[in-house]
Design a protein around this ligand. Structure first.
Ligand SMILES: Cc1cc2nc3c(=O)[nH]c(=O)nc-3n(C[C@H](O)[C@H](O)[C@H](O)COP(=O)(O)O)c2cc1C
Length: 208
């Protein structure tokens, strides 16, 4: 019988780490044949089921996502895109609008029920609420990318767009604001340029 006190976690193997990190790239070219490998609702749900499990402060979970897939919805998104992001976004099977709900604390009685966490935020100054929403919403956006990669999807995150226009178009009448966009699909690997360097441990980290 296995030791019940043993850690439940395992270290991922090299192939899994490649999928999530080493081989995973930011894609801008999406094959014209992507319809052969549809990014259907079931797959988007699986992405969400994984992404939602990542940690947020007080489990506040401010991430809200609009998966833009239909031609009509893509056409509504198009005017908000920076010129250099338009063509690839229109070609991608799905574009996730990664948003954050500035009224995230309304759901805390459900998400963090053992204490009155809503009172920690309700009525607090807007910059404080925005900081919490942006911090946790961005973390969740990163979890979304890793979740999509874990399920075999390629990602193309973008911040080059008119946030206010996206908010008016997709989040009117809500407290949700866009953070960034992320194209999802199966990218064309031949289109990739050599990968740029990353900072070394010595450049970016200290152990004190
Ligand atoms: C939040 C965010 C915003 C980005 N915005 C844009 C963008 O507007 N347009 C673009 O072409 N690439 C954009 N990128 C792509 C980055 O330049 C790319 O992810 C980075 O250089 C790493 O590339 P790699 O994953 O291929 O190594 C963005 C990436 C992130 C994470």
């Amino acid at each position: 019988m296995s030791d019940p006190a043993a850690p439940a976690s395992v270290t991922l193997d090299t192939a899994a780490l490649d999928t999530l990190f080493h081989s995973a790239r930011t894609f801008s070219a999406w094959p014209g044949t992507w319809q052969d490998r549809a990014v259907d609702d079931a797959l988007l749900r699986r992405v969400w089921e994984l992404a939602r499990m990542g940690p947020t402060s007080a489990n506040c979970s401010p991430l809200r996502v609009v998966f833009v897939r239909t031609a009509g919805a893509k056409a509504r998104l198009a005017p908000a895109l920076d010129e250099n992001n338009r063509e690839k976004t229109l070609a991608a099977p799905v574009t996730a609008i990664v948003g954050m709900d500035l009224r995230f604390y309304d759901k805390l009685p459900y998400l963090f029920p053992h204490t009155d966490a809503k009172s920690w935020f309700d009525g607090k100054p807007e910059p404080q609420l925005r900081t919490a929403a942006l911090r946790n919403g961005s973390l969740q956006g990163a979890y979304l990318i890793i979740a999509a990669r874990a399920l075999g999807l390629d990602c193309g995150p973008m911040s080059g767009f008119d946030n206010a226009l996206v908010d008016r178009t997709f989040f009117a009448g809500t407290a949700i604001e866009s953070n960034f966009l992320c194209n999802l699909g199966y990218g064309r690997r031949e289109s990739l340029h050599p990968r740029n360097p990353r900072l070394s441990f010595e450049e970016a980290c200290q152990v004190v």
